[in-house]
Write a protein of this length. Sequence first.
Length: 211
Amino acid sequence: MQVETVIVGEFAVNSVVLWAEHSREAWVVDPGADAKAIVQVLARHELQVERYICTHGHIDHISALDDLLASHPAPVWMHALDAKWAFTSINRLPPAYMQAPHQPAHLQSSFQDGEKISGSGLEARMLATPGHSPGSICLYFPAKPVLLSGDTLFAGSVGRTDLPGSSWKQIQASLKQLLRLPDDTAVICGHGPLTSIGQERQSNPYLQELG
């Protein structure tokens, strides 16, 4: 599996492009902003988009969708609990994000916790990790192993739970689920540096509180 991260937008979101070594189709995770930068990655590796996956619905993780879908159409995956508000005006965040993207024509929002998704030589498990938002998910690639944690887990920290629809109790349960993954699992967070489950288990104060 090949991975390239592009840091985009006002809040420095890690937008991730993933593809199998012998495939020319990619998954784009969290297309937060700066569609041109993401398109440049696709062009450099001669890739088309097989699907877009949003770890949650907050505007800083989805605002490039309109531009990307215009040039690289593909289905968009987002948990139903976030999809119901992510494409509405309540998801605006002026002045950085003045308008939410339009709801995609091909939106996939009906999937289950632990469901395996595969395509274009990639295979992952979709983990429901509510807390930062009701429909937050993580993507776990066991063959690597790699976790795309969205805004659930950061290096040395965790996602905010003071936002509408967020829940500290829920994110604690979600973090306990992530702690069941192997220590050598590399973690690409929604913001900030790369880390690992083992590193966070040892040093993240929010995980140590979980016992």
